[in-house]
Design a protein around this ligand. Structure first.
Ligand SMILES: [Zn+2]
Length: 256
């Protein structure tokens, strides 16, 4: 009996593979992280109507089911001859709330490589916030049947990444998933401008105060000196005799 079940399963897989092989499934996921560290995960899955019928999936039901969950939005989409679903979920402050692939089609295929066991690790120092992303997409044999793409959009240039395509202008990093197990790795840093300004303001203030004090002192020194009418050297304002040339200055007619 088990053999028969196995055989049926095999046949279904072959059928599925045939549908997929005709280029009728694609998965396009995008993770967008803004400057404040809030993230949006969006996944678009497109399949042929035939595959949908074959797998007996009711798309409208699935859309309604996802939309009933407060964290997610889903909509039905159609592109050329393909139909599918776009699922979106927003994550506030990923320093404390890591992104999650739950309810997304990629959920079973992703696993993190970071020590923190998060998908996005955020480490904050006073001047810099560092974002590290490192996980695997493990599609196995499906990689041959499902055209899969993953992209990450960040607010600055990446410091280090193994993305296969880079759109530098949009800070968009894309991986065409062509390996059964593909690594997604990206790090970037954001300067904490508020803290930098907080440090710069007192430093600038001290600099300005020191500058004003120096100017004041210089003027005071000037007013305490005069030039010797004979040799031109700078001497004390109330000097009676020049220390440079020995000229007597107490006659009161040659002080400048
Ligand atoms: Zn003199």
């Amino acid at each position: 009996m088990k053999k028969i079940i196995d055989k049926v399963c095999f046949l279904i897989t072959v059928f599925m593979a045939m549908f997929f092989l005709s280029g009728c499934a694609n998965l396009d996921s995008q993770l967008t992280i803004d400057k404040q560290g809030n993230a949006t995960l969006r996944e678009k899955t497109l399949v042929s109507q035939e595959l949908l019928n074959f797998a007996d999936v009711n798309l409208n039901k699935r859309v309604a089911q996802i939309n009933s969950s407060p964290d997610y939005t889903a909509e039905r989409v159609q592109e050329n001859s393909l139909v599918g679903i776009v699922i979106t979920r927003k994550f506030q402050n990923i320093e404390n709330n890591d992104i999650s692939f739950e309810e997304f089609n990629l959920d079973d295929s992703v696993s993190t490589n970071l020590d923190s066991e998060k998908f996005v690790d955020v480490s904050k120092s006073f001047f810099i916030t560092k974002y590290s992303i490192n996980f695997n997409i493990d599609l196995g044999e499906d990689v041959d049947y499902v055209k899969t793409k993953f992209s990450i959009v960040i607010p600055v240039d990446a410091k280090d990444t193994n993305a296969t395509n880079v759109n530098a202008k949009q800070h968009e990093y894309t991986w065409d998933i062509t390996q059964p197990k593909q690594n997604i790795s990206l790090t970037y840093e954001i300067l904490n401008m508020t803290n930098i300004l907080l440090c710069l303001i007192p430093v600038c203030t001290i600099f300005v105060i020191v500058f004003i004090l120096l100017l004041f002192r210089l003027n005071r020194c000037k007013s305490l000196t005069k030039s010797c009418p004979l040799c031109g050297e700078s001497i004390n304002a109330d000097a009676k005799k020049c220390i440079y040339c020995g000229e007597l200055l107490d006659r009161g007619d040659n002080i400048h």
